[in-house]
Design a protein. Structure first.
Length: 279
């Protein structure tokens, strides 16, 4: 595996929630990490791929949120394999139709009318060699989503990790799946495991372990705000959600996607209330 690689980033605009897709260019071809949310972004990503004048060898999906798999049918030919953990593929299969029913009315013709479930399933820690590179997938369990993973890519001394939405950069976090405590545990583990290598997040610019530390601070702030504002109740009123939004915007004043803040309030409040009962 002496092949070196170059990473091309396609970042969607605000309508596509600033999601990143990555094209890893090698001597032999290109490997895709995650696809876009909207059809227009997926088509732009496909055009970016075509401009490289190299074949697409494979694609990977880091986790089962639509902004990371929706664009697959528009970018990845049927005969090109799509890899993921079994947990990621299972959640995509079980949730894709419901996600379309939920968000389709909001996005209209921009929301795909079809989807693709990854069919090449990898156990946690399993590696495959594609285009002279080694791809290793790590299943970290529920965190930002119901099934998260990251992908380690290696060639010679070159080593990077694609972390999906385990850490957000420059935008507020999606908290709706309500695994905030599990997410914190994952971050505590990964801060050491992924130290000293470049991390490519699903939203925001490339960074290092600081991305994980910043995400941990965000989760702790969000949890504390939900607890305090809601007084340990399992849901928040509209007024309390507005207060939560104000506090999180003060915490990250320049971050985008502030509309996500109140959406996670009730799920996280219910999660924390349940943990309080169990303790």
């Amino acid at each position: 595996m002496s092949n070196q690689f170059r990473i091309h980033t396609y970042s969607a605009g605000e309508p596509g929630i600033f999601v990143n897709s990555y094209l890893i260019e090698t001597t032999d071809g290109v490997v895709l990490i995650d696809a876009s949310l909207l059809i227009s972004d997926a088509k732009a990503l496909a055009a970016r791929l075509a401009a490289l004048h190299k074949p697409l060898l494979a694609a990977f999906v880091t986790h089962p949120h639509p902004d990371h798999f929706n664009g697959l049918p528009y970018v990845v030919p049927d005969d090109v394999p799509v890899y993921a953990t079994a947990a990621v593929a299972k959640v995509i299969e079980e949730s894709a139709v419901a996600k379309r029913e939920q968000w389709g009315p909001t996005y209209g013709d921009e929301w795909p009318d079809r989807y693709r479930v990854p069919e090449q399933l990898l156990d946690s820690g399993a590696s495959v060699e594609i285009g002279g590179l080694r791809f290793t997938v790590r299943d970290v369990g529920p965190a930002e989503s119901h099934a998260d993973s990251y992908i380690l890519v290696e060639a010679g001394t070159q080593r990077v990790a694609f972390i999906g939405d385990l850490a957000f950069g420059g935008v507020h976090s999606y908290m709706i799946d309500a695994h905030s405590q599990d997410w914190l545990s994952v971050l505590d583990h990964l801060t050491g495991e992924l130290a000293d290598i470049p991390l490519y997040p699903g939203h925001g610019p490339v960074g290092g372990a600081g991305l994980l530390l910043d995400q941990r601070k965000y989760l702790l702030m969000y949890q504390e705000a939900v607890r305090r504002i809601g007084a340990d109740a399992s849901s928040l009123t509209d007024k309390q959600k507005a207060e939560l939004s104000e506090q999180m915007v003060r915490f990250l004043p320049d971050a985008g996607l502030g509309w996500l803040i109140p959406l996670g309030a009730d799920p996280v409040a219910a999660e924390l209330a349940q943990r309080l009962v169990q303790s």
